[in-house]
Design a protein around this ligand. Structure first.
Ligand code: DOR
Ligand code: ZN
Length: 454
């Protein structure tokens, strides 16, 4: 991590007409360099200016700590409705997000019942309103065709499961895909895809370890599903969830499609653990494949970081491996694990901020994820001199375990949502003010996460 930069004259930036409510002073990454900065936040909770601020507004100086945009995690499972509440709820999952530096979560629809029609939409909104600590963008499943027009006017995106996984028993046959893509293309919303082709699963195996799980749902299944995505119409805003291999990265880039990698696929291999706490879909891959994916991420070739936060109760993971559910918690640890990699010099901060903040925000049409005037002041304060260790039992998620037990993390010291502090000294101090948001693509803003960001 570079030390404090020399003070430099700040550039002139536009000012809004609202009055300044708070000035945050510290260091920030601007034009590729960590430098001293003052960020004025207006009374509507937007960033007003970045540079020297002349204002009598309250000033909070964070010293040598670094002010970062808060992250956007477009892939979490919060287990409501239907539970199990011992795994997660919307309040616990969104407080975990706030503590992990995430100010907006994309919530997946594989609940009981799934979010697929009018009724389940209304239930879900009732469950979020007044209970969520951060903003929520709701993904629906397109499995009830008559509900699509209703959902398209309300949901933040759609999630397509090409393979069975938690809560998903059936997936579309490849012959049904062209019609499904056509229906979704009309809706003009982001479509996230669980890309595994179940016809490539190796069913002769009865897996009893993460390495055998990798053999059962092999890389070839991911490849076949990604190839099917590449054949979809180009006007579709398609995004591949949890890509696990560099071959996948290359084919998605060639097809011009958006995609994400998770912290667990970047940092854990199928030999990192032997029990069902390391069982996840798609599986953890071999160490050489993991390290290749990590190198691609470090080079900035993976546009989006997401957690695929999928907690299960500890007791559910203690049964024989083949009967345990797949999924690992991650919303509270994903960004802090990678901030620790920045601290140790293994990852460039700019690469991390593009993948964790800017690009997912663009893809989901949110005025977030960058230090930019007019953006929501969803900001973090990170002190890179302070590190700690992941402790499953101390996480906010009631599941109480993590596959990253004992790993080093750098947690945000403060988190601001619309200029209001929701994490202070590493503790959650906010309220249930999270809203349901939808994509709003600002005219002239590049929204494609594969484009270079500025
Ligand atoms: O491992 C997984 N767990 N993969 C998924 O696709 C779903 C998730 C869950 O909801 O548990
Ligand atoms: Zn998922």
């Amino acid at each position: 991590m570079p030390g404090p930069a020399r003070r430099r004259k700040a550039e002139a930036v536009p000012r809004s007409s609202a009055s300044t409510a708070l000035v945050l002073a510290g260091r920030a990454l601007l034009r590729g360099r960590l430098q001293p900065v003052e960020i004025a936040i207006d009374d509507t909770g937007r960033i007003q200016s970045i540079g020297k601020v002349r204002s009598g507004a309250p000033r909070h100086d964070v010293g040598d700590a670094v002010i970062l945009p808060a992250a956007v995690d477009m892939h979490v499972h919060l287990r409501e409705p239907g539970g199990p509440a011992e795994a997660e709820t919307i309040p616990t999952g969104t407080v975990g997000a706030a503590l992990g530096g995430v100010s907006l979560v994309g919530v997946m629809p594989n609940t009981r019942p799934p979010l697929s029609d009018t009724e389940s939409w209304q239930d879900k909104v009732r469950l979020v309103e007044g209970r969520a600590a951060v903003d929520v963008l709701l993904f629906a499943t397109p499995t009830v065709p008559r509900a699509l027009p209703f959902l398209a006017r309300r949901a933040g995106g759609f999630k397509v499961y090409l393979a069975p996984t938690t809560g998903i028993e059936e997936s579309p046959a490849s012959s049904e895909l062209p019609a499904l893509w056509d229906r979704l293309a009309e809706l003009r919303l982001p479509v996230s895809v669980h890309a595994e082709d179940p016809t490539r699963f190796v069913t002769s195996l009865r897996p009893s370890s993460p390495a055998q799980w990798n053999g059962h749902r092999p890389v070839a299944a991911e490849k076949a599903a990604l190839d099917a995505m590449a054949r979809a119409p180009k006007l579709l805003r398609l995004h591949a969830a949890h890509v696990t291999t560099v071959a996948g990265v290359r084919s998605l880039k060639a097809a011009g499609l958006s995609f994400e990698a998770t912290a667990h696929h970047l940092l854990l291999s199928d030999r990192s653990g032997t029990d069902a706490r390391f069982k996840v879909n798609p599986p953890l891959r071999s160490e050489p494949e993991r390290s290749e994916l990590w190198e691609a991420f470090r080079r900035g070739e993976v546009p989006i970081l997401a957690s695929d936060h999928a907690p299960h109760p500890g007791s559910a993971k203690e049964v024989p491996f083949d009967r345990a559910p797949s999924g690992v918690p991650g919303v509270e640890t994903g960004l802090p694990l990678l901030l620790a990699k920045v601290r140790s010099g293994d990852l460039d901060l700019e690469v991390l901020l593009s993948a964790a903040c800017d690009r997912p925000a663009r893809w989901l049409g949110q005025p977030l994820g960058r230090l930019a005037p007019g953006h929501r002041a969803n900001l973090l304060v990170v002190d890179f001199t302070k590190r700690s260790k992941v402790e499953g039992r101390s996480l906010r998620s009631p599941c109480g375990w993590s596959p990253f037990e004992g790993w080093e993390v750098v947690r945000p010291r403060e988190h601001y949502r619309d200029g209001q502090r929701i994490v202070e000294a590493g503790e959650y101090v906010g309220g249930p003010v999270g809203r349901v948001v939808r994509p709003d693509y600002a005219p002239g803003e590049p929204t494609d996460p594969l484009l270079p960001t500025g």
